[in-house]
Write a protein that binds this ligand. Structure first.
Ligand code: WQD
Length: 331
């Protein structure tokens, strides 16, 4: 199979490209390098010993999307490309709506024209919003999103549902990620956000490597065992393999799956595990809660296991070890 991976040089896109190649599939990447580096392509080829074709193009330019489909035989598309910083989306909502929605609409319209109707969408557990639960199953349905980034994910899910309702020859798989973390065991690819990280794990890594002074733990007065927030951290390689399983096993039609471990871990559990596994100190202080944070949420991961034959295999220790290995070798 020949798979077009949009955003394939990004954190999750690059790890998924590696797993697709490991499965013997051919990968074509389109990436505008807005939030990624071209050097990641060499790393993907070094890990897999396979060549990958790269189009350095922006999906908001429909003619460029057209050119790719005129030049390549494509069997399926995995769509990662999009802006994904929660805080930035609040400051720049129009940039998020225009980029994330227009790029997706361009892609789907050109796919339709070329009769390419196998589509996997990179969605997020953030579409559940706060429905007063801790464990979220797909059947719960989308809730009220709390930022424009999350709203673009919910809007694209709705677009896909309407597209499928209009033409049920599409095969659409929506994958809702919980908290992607970790790095490939080679240490060649991983997560390296631009600027000061908003997310916990990249921040922990910067403090451990003394690039940042101290981690602020956003609240220890939540109704959780140690008072800190609980999340479902999923190793990015497990997440990548979930995409391969979706391509291979998803039923026909439109299907939605959580990709998560099904277990929660608190901020302090993650910090303490990181310190223990890597023998490094992570300075932290307890501060006030971050606006909009939920006390606890994690995946009901049963549906992906039953229908795709996929579940996570890596542990929180693996996540901490692989993340630190990447940080030491790259950032
Ligand atoms: C995790 C926990 C914080 C930073 C976000 C997006 C979501 C998805 C995943 C894309 C929380 C605590 C964090 C810090 C801390 N992204 N924390 N100090 O908020 O669960 O989800 O990333 O789809 O859309 O919202 O992830 O890593 O920011 O926070 O104490 O410096 O770590 O309070 O409990 P979050 P996170």
């Amino acid at each position: 199979m020949r798979i077009l991976v949009t955003g394939g040089l990004g954190f999750i896109g690059s790890h998924t490209s590696v797993e697709l190649l490991n499965e013997g599939m051919e990968v074509i990447i389109v990436d505008n390098l807005y939030n990624s580096k071209e050097s990641v392509l060499d790393k993907i080829e070094q890990i897999t010993n396979k060549k990958v074709k790269l189009y350095k193009k922006d999906l908001t330019d429909k003619e460029e999307v057209e050119r790719i489909f005129n030049s390549e035989k494509i069997d399926a598309v995995i769509h990662f490309a999009g802006f994904k910083a929660v805080g930035e989306s609040v400051r720049e909502p129009l940039m998020y709506y225009s980029n994330n929605l227009i790029s997706t609409i361009n892609l789907l319209e050109v796919m339709k024209k070329h009769n390419v109707k196998n589509f996997i969408f990179s969605s997020s557990a953030t579409v559940y919003g706060d429905q007063g639960l801790t464990k979220y199953a797909e059947s719960v349905g989308r809730g009220k999103t709390t930022n424009p980034y999350g709203t673009t994910k919910a809007m694209i899910e709705k677009m896909l549902e309407d597209l499928y309702a209009s033409d049920n020859t599409w095969n659409i798989t929506i994958l809702r990620y919980f908290n992607p973390v970790g790095a490939h065991e080679s240490g060649l690819i991983g997560e390296s956000p631009n600027g000061i990280p908003n997310n916990l794990m990249p921040y922990v890594m910067r403090v451990a490597s003394k690039k940042l002074e101290i981690l602020s733990v956003y609240g220890n007065d939540y109704p959780t065992p140690d008072g800190t927030g609980i999340r479902d951290y999923i190793h990015v390689v497990d997440l990548a393999k979930g995409h391969v399983k979706a391509l291979q096993n998803a039923p026909k039609g439109l299907n939605i799956y959580n990709l998560g471990s099904g277990k929660g871990a608190s901020v302090l559990e993650l910090v303490n595990t990181f310190q223990k596994v890597n023998g490094v100190k992570v300075n932290y202080k307890i501060t006030g809660r971050r606006e909009g944070d939920l006390p606890e949420y994690y995946a009901d991961a049963e549906k992906a296991y039953k229908e795709l034959g996929w579940k996570t295999e890596k542990t929180l220790e693996d996540i901490c070890r692989d993340s630190w290995n990447f940080e030491k070798n790259n950032n």
